[in-house]
Design a protein around this ligand. Structure first.
Ligand SMILES: *Cc1c(COP(=O)(O)O)cnc(C)c1O
Length: 222
């Protein structure tokens, strides 16, 4: 089996020590792999594709907390609204408004993170500082969402200084917003397999780790 059980246990211990939450990113991986980590105690899993998440949620244990970490299209919110635990990458007010609407229909409040654009690449999604402020102001009138913090992705780069600076920038914005928003705004989702240690040094409270736990992804086989 491709699941790296020894890696899981050592990463989990390392994160517990640092008080950081581990999201096991299981996109493209079969249910058996998720069950293997579930047996070891993992409950928080992250997925990027709506249909894949809906299928997995239906067939796996109901006490799994499902995190949607990918780019979410407004017209697909309705499929995950009944059960999703946290939506990490909210990148527009339009999406936030749709999540509020679908949360109300499902009779629940959905926790969200706002995605901030920190990478130099044009292709990565996310809001700038002004858009973040606007979304937070507008959210006062969206009672079925709860904004719990920020999420960001560093540039895909070998330049460690650049990645560190992007994490520092995100952490700075997070601290500033937390002063205004107060205690419920307490999640900073940053760091993946390749950069999670640095992300923690720079103030991450939640890391999203896939390949270190499940082995490399094979997109062709999907
Ligand atoms: C796939 C993915 C991850 C996990 O990536 P790894 O490098 O395999 O740890 C984390 N965050 C997001 C948003 C992803 O899409």
């Amino acid at each position: 089996m491709a699941v790296q059980e020894a890696s899981y246990l050592s990463i989990k211990a390392e994160l517990d020590q640092a008080n950081v939450t581990l999201i096991a990113v299981s996109k493209t991986k079969p249910n058996e792999d998720i069950e293997a980590l579930y047996q070891l105690g993992q409950r928080a899993f992250g997925e990027n594709y709506v249909q894949e998440l809906v299928d997995k949620q239906a067939s796996l244990p109901k006490d799994i907390q499902w995190h949607f970490i990918g780019h979410l299209q407004s017209n697909k919110v309705k499929y995950i609204a009944p059960f999703v635990h946290l939506i990490h990458a909210v990148d527009s007010l339009k999406l936030l408004t749709e999540i509020n609407k679908q949360a109300q229909k499902s009779g629940r409040v959905i926790s969200c993170l706002l995605q901030m654009h920190i990478a130099t690449e044009e292709t990565k999604f996310g809001m700038d500082a002004t858009e973040l402020e606007e979304a937070l102001v507008a959210s006062i009138h969206l009672p079925f969402i709860s904004i719990k913090g920020l999420m960001g992705m560093a540039s895909f780069s070998d330049n460690q200084d650049q990645i560190r600076n992007e994490f520092k920038l995100l952490h700075k914005h997070f601290n500033n917003l937390q002063m205004k928003q107060g205690a419920p705004f307490n999640i900073l989702s940053m760091g993946m397999s390749g950069d999670y240690k640095m992300a923690i040094e720079e103030g991450s409270t939640m890391v999203r780790i896939g390949s270190l736990l499940f082995g490399a992804r094979n997109y062709e086989s999907k």
